[in-house]
Design a protein. Structure first.
Length: 134
């Protein structure tokens, strides 16, 4: 019985890794040749996100990978929504606060950017990129 359970959970973890790897391969646009890059659509990314999130419901990684994709295509609204969801899964990932701060800065919302960077700095105080200017 224990061996069966171990095999089941190992297989489930492996499927989760495969789903996440597929999503990440789609979202790293700069690593793709132009013809492959053109084939990556929001619909494909969303399908891969749903598959990876279902396989790894505890993980922030699918959400942040999809957020990276939307950021790279300039859809800041969707990127921010996805990074916020990633933070719901991993509220102590300082880098996610920094990504959301970058979006706030690009939207010219300096107050929100400073607030988010302050949260990142609170989690990772010695990171030079998370310092808020006075």
């Amino acid at each position: 019985l224990l061996a069966g359970w171990t095999l089941y959970t190992s297989n489930r973890e492996l499927q989760g890794e495969i789903a996440l790897d597929h999503l990440q391969s789609l979202t790293r646009l700069r690593n793709l040749p132009p013809e492959e890059r053109a084939a990556v659509t929001p619909e494909r990314v969303n399908r891969a996100l749903l598959t990876a999130a279902a396989a790894r419901p505890y993980s922030s990684q699918p959400w942040s990978a999809a957020g990276d994709y939307y950021f790279s295509i300039g859809d800041l609204d969707q990127a921010d929504v996805l990074y916020a969801e990633a933070l719901r899964h991993s509220p102590k990932r300082a880098g996610l606060y920094a990504l959301r701060a970058r979006i706030a800065f690009l939207r010219q919302d300096q107050a929100k950017a400073a607030e988010l960077l302050k949260k990142a700095a609170g989690l990772f105080p010695h990171h030079p990129g998370y310092r808020v200017l006075p």
